[in-house]
Design a protein around this ligand. Structure first.
Ligand SMILES: [Zn+2]
Length: 208
């Protein structure tokens, strides 16, 4: 046999034998490889799940069908996340609405949420944050919409609430006052009791 052909034969035999040899010699390492591969698969699966969740969240960014309980909202108002978002301001302070022309429209929009989704690019302060739930128990939130001077509910032209949210706010305030969760001043009235009971003894003229 020629040396060149022998060389080729040797090389071919090496290539043919090598996978078997490797498997025979490095069974342990091969098993490890399998384990690593399994782990990698698990990781990719987890990543897939995360990506799916992220995709769902992305899809649900404008979704408002999820009902947030009032207790969650009350905890949120005391949380660090709320502090970071709004600071010491009220929720409606930073809200601005662009309108064409010199004057703002007479009323704010009817609603921000249609068919369970936010239907506008600039939803009102209540609708944009789904964790702000208007309820009579959520007094921390309601108080932000009550004037400290007059004790009345602030106008929607000031707070920018949509008509639907504003109505919900009015209902929540009335209910909170009924339940006694919100204090309010009753206007002071002076009564002339003589109109009810006749003249009292002190004011009545003495008999001679
Ligand atoms: Zn709204």
């Amino acid at each position: 046999m020629l040396p060149i052909t022998r060389g080729i034969y040797n090389a071919l035999s090496l290539i043919a034998r090598s996978p078997q040899n490797r498997y025979a010699l490095h069974t342990a390492s091969a098993l490890q490889c399998k384990a690593v591969a399994a782990e990698a698969e698990a990781e990719t699966a987890a990543e897939d799940v995360e990506q799916d969740a992220a995709a769902e969240q992305k899809l649900d960014a404008n979704d408002r069908t999820k009902v947030i309980p009032v207790e969650t909202s009350m905890r949120y108002l005391k949380s660090a996340a709320y502090k970071q978002t709004y600071g010491d301001d009220f929720v409606w302070v930073q809200y601005r609405r662009n309108h064409k022309g010199m004057f703002a429209p007479r009323k704010t929009r009817k609603t921000c949420i249609r068919q369970g989704k936010i239907s506008t690019g600039n939803p009102c302060p209540i609708c944009r944050d789904e964790y702000l739930v208007l309820d009579h128990r959520n007094t921390d939130l309601i108080k932000q919409f009550i004037s400290p001077q007059s004790g009345q509910v602030l106008s929607y032209s000031k707070t920018g609430l949509c008509q639907k949210s504003h109505f919900k706010l009015l209902v929540a305030v009335e209910r909170a006052r009924d339940y006694g969760l919100l204090t309010y001043d009753v206007p002071f009235r002076e009564y002339d009791y003589s109109e009810y009971y006749g003249k009292t003894e002190e004011t009545a003229p003495k008999k001679p």
